[in-house]
Every structure is written in C-alpha cells, then in structure tokens.
Design a protein. Structure first.
Length: 463
C-alpha cells in the first residue's frame, strides 16, 4: 500500500510546529532584507536615507504581491491536488508558478527602471529624498526577478514537505545581506549604493538555492513541460493566491497614500515633511517583523489545512486553524507590550540622534501599535480561506484592513482632526488602530460563518 501522507495523519500540533517555525524564519528573513538596510542607512545616511527607502517600499511591495500570488497560490493548488491524489496536476501548479514568477519579475524590473523618477515622486519622495531613492532603487530593481523566484519558490519548496530547506533558501541570502551591508555601508562608506548591492547579492544567492531544489521535488519529478504556462493553471493559481496578492497590492496603495499624508501633514507640524515620512517607514518595517510571526504561522497552517480539506478531514482543518489562532494572539500580545514599553528605544535603532525624529517616532510607535494585540486574526483568516479553496473570501478579508477601512480613514481622519483643532498628523496615526479593530471584527464574523457552513462534517463537495 502507498504510504499515507503525514499531513492527513500526524498530530496537528506537531505538523503546525514543523511547518510554521521555518515559515516564520523565512518571513523574518524577508523583513530583515528591508529592516537591515533601514538600520545601516539610518546610522550613516540619516533620516533622509530612511525616507528614501520608505518611498521605494511600494515598489518592493508590488513585487511581493506577485511573489505571494504565485508562491502561495501555487503551493495551495499543489497541496489541494496532492491531497486529492492527482500528482500530475499538482506538478503543473509548481512549474507554471516558477515560470510566471520569473517572467513577471523581469517585466516589473524593466518598467520600473524606465519610469523610476515619476514613480518615486508619486510614492511621496520630496526633492530632498528623491536623489537617495533613485540611487537605491536603480540597483535594487536588478534583483527583482531573483527575489521573486527566491520568495515564491520557497513557498513551493515548503509545500513539498521541506519547510527547513525553504527556510534555508531565504536565510542564506539574509545572512549574506547583513554581512555585506556592514562591509559596504559601514566600512566602505558606499551609503545607499552599498545597501542596495548587498541586498541584490543576497537575493541572487537565495534564488540559486531554490532552483537547486525545484528539480529535485519529493512528490514527483518536475519536468520542462510543467514550466509551459497553461491559462487554466495560471488562472487557478492566481485565484488561490488572490488573497495574498490583493493584500499586498492594497498595502502598496496605502503605503503611497500614507507617504503623501505623512509628508503633507508633517509639513504643517513642527516635524516638517521628511521626519514623519522617515518615521512612518521605520514603523512599517518594525511591524513587518511582528507580522512575520503571524504570517509565518498562517503559512505553516496552509499545507495542513489544504491537504485535509482536499481529503475531507474537516475536523483537522478546524483544529489547525484554532491552534494557529492561539499562537498568533500570544505573539500579538507580546509584540504589543514591547512596542508600548520601548517605543523610543525601537525608533532610536534607526536614527542618528535627531531629537525631533525620536519624539515623532515615539509618538508613531505608541499610536500606530495601539491595537497590535488583535492584529493576528485578519492575516490568519485570509490565508485560511485561500488554503481551503475559498479564494474570493480570502481576498475580501485581505482587503478589509488595508483598502476597505484604513485607506478611507487615512484620508478622512486627518481632516477631522484638523477640523477640531488637532494636528492632522495625529489623525493619520490614529487611522491605523481604528482600521485594525474593524478588520478584526469582520474576520471573526467571517470565520464563524465558514466553520458553520463550509466545514460541517456533513457537507458534501465544498471545494
């Protein structure tokens, strides 16, 4: 008899730990690519350099959106078909995902190089910040195809039952990035250029390690014919990865609006336009470290939930979600305590002693992270919907915090604050915790409905 897949038989807690830990490390590595640059640039170039990485961040987020669309989407399609016993179909999802990651990465890199200056201005770059942003992104864009292959490929490797190798793919590049950042920026004094070169070298290394694994899959052999794009496979992959794609795309839009808002309302305050822009960017990167844990746990849940949904073992599907939810909430509470207790110390890691920067950054940290303790619910619910083959619901949940709530609040609340005689920059900050609360409420309502209707053990053919 064929050996039964452990995803359907092993204890759920053991499986979640096996898949979540390397996923967390992998997500931390991704966040380190950005936060390490922020640290070294902040200590050498100063807040203008940090502001430059912030206005460049929406482009990076667009790349991550596509990476997750084909990484998570391909992994979900692979696991769903593997759980249903169709290996040939499963491998098509792997091959098509690889091809699309590389092709779209090349297209984004070329277009962004052509239109870099206007894009950075659109993302909030002032005349003081723009030269730093151009210097940094001209080099970063060279590595776009590599970082997308490395990031998306790591998800496919994890879906094949090799979470530790998946972790190693990104970890190797991150370690190289840290070492080279120190040498190029701190020792050689290359500034923005040095940080960018270090990042690209790390991304190339990670992608090379991914490629090595892709043609040694455990589930079945990956053939060249699997790499040929098929519309039906690509479309289904995009459906399954839609939640993560739209979540990141929404984040990109909000980042642009937040940058413009920080510059505009900051200019009306004592901080000026560039300091709030830098603080906003640092806060985003700090929150990325926290979200790395929540998203890593969510991604670790994905193959377990997908396989057991395909195998119609609904009790195991519900159990892994609830266990992941408890983990996310514990981490969220710890992160909230840290950010509320040590805000000035956190922001000081990325500054050069500017008193106004520290004051503004401390305020950002206190307000923006006010409801972090509930932020683990929304990303988990979004990934869970995708994992069980409900991409439309996953996409909707992914849009709640960023687009449906935060974006309009980001526009309206500064105006309301100024109407009542309060600083507009404060309204910008408070828009974040309000959006967090609303997104958490919607996620709870959605997951209750899914448990009652979609994961009822008597339900037939709910895929």
């Amino acid at each position: 008899m064929q050996k039964e897949n452990i995803l359907g038989t092993a204890p759920v807690g053991k499986l979640l730990r096996k898949f979540a830990v390397p996923s967390i490390v992998s997500m931390l590595v991704i966040s380190l690519y950005n936060i390490v640059d922020q640290f070294f640039i902040g200590q050498t170039v100063g807040h203008l350099g940090n502001a430059a990485t912030n206005v460049a961040f929406p482009i990076t987020t667009l790349c991550l959106a596509v990476t997750l669309a084909f990484g998570i989407g391909g992994a979900s399609g692979f696991n769903l078909n593997l759980g249903a016993g169709d290996k040939k179909q499963a491998m098509k999802f792997i091959g098509n995902s690889i091809t699309m990651l590389v092709v779209i990465g090349i297209v984004i890199a070329i277009l962004a190089q052509i239109f870099l200056s206007p894009v950075l201005v659109l993302c909030g770059a002032s005349k003081n910040v723009l030269p730093y942003g151009i210097e940094y992104m001209r080099i970063i864009l060279i590595g776009v195809p590599f970082v997308m292959l490395a990031g998306g490929g790591a998800h496919l490797v994890r879906a094949d039952g090799s979470p530790w190798y998946s972790m190693a793919c990104n970890l190797s590049g991150a370690i190289a990035n840290v070492i080279l950042d120190y040498l190029f920026v701190m020792k050689f004094g290359w500034g923005m250029t040095g940080a960018a070169v270090a990042t690209v070298i790390g991304q190339v290394l990670s992608s090379a390690i991914v490629v090595r694994y892709l043609f040694n899959f455990k589930a079945d052999k990956l053939l060249l014919k699997h790499l040929k794009p098929q519309f039906r496979i690509v479309f289904r992959t995009m459906q399954l990865g839609a939640a993560q794609f739209f979540n990141q795309l929404a984040m990109m839009v909000v980042q642009v609006v937040a940058n413009l808002s920080a510059s505009h309302y900051g200019a009306l305050s004592k901080y000026g336009s560039d300091i709030p822009l830098a603080c906003s960017g640092v806060m985003i990167k700090v929150l990325m470290v926290y979200f790395s844990f929540c998203i890593g746990i969510s991604q670790g849940m994905q193959p377990i939930a997908s396989f057991n949904k395909g195998a119609k073992k609904y009790d195991r599907v519900k159990k892994v979600f609830l266990l992941a939810l408890v983990c996310n909430e514990v981490i969220s509470i710890i992160a909230w305590i840290i950010m509320q207790t040590f805000p000035s110390q956190i922001m000081g890691l990325f500054g050069n002693g500017n008193a106004l920067y520290i004051e503004c950054g401390t305020k950002f940290c206190h307000i923006v992270a006010a409801l972090t303790f509930i932020n683990g619910i929304q990303p988990l619910t979004s990934t869970f919907c995708t994992a069980i083959g409900k991409p439309a619901k996953g996409a909707f949940i992914s849009l709640t915090r960023q687009i449906i709530f935060w974006l309009p609040l980001l526009i309206v609340m500064p105006i309301l604050f100024m109407h009542f005689g309060k600083p507009g920059i404060d309204g910008m900050m408070y828009s974040t915790p309000v959006a967090d609360a609303l997104a958490a409420v919607v996620s709870v309502i959605m997951i209750i409905g899914i448990f009652k209707k979609e994961l009822n053990t008597n339900t037939e053919n709910v895929l």
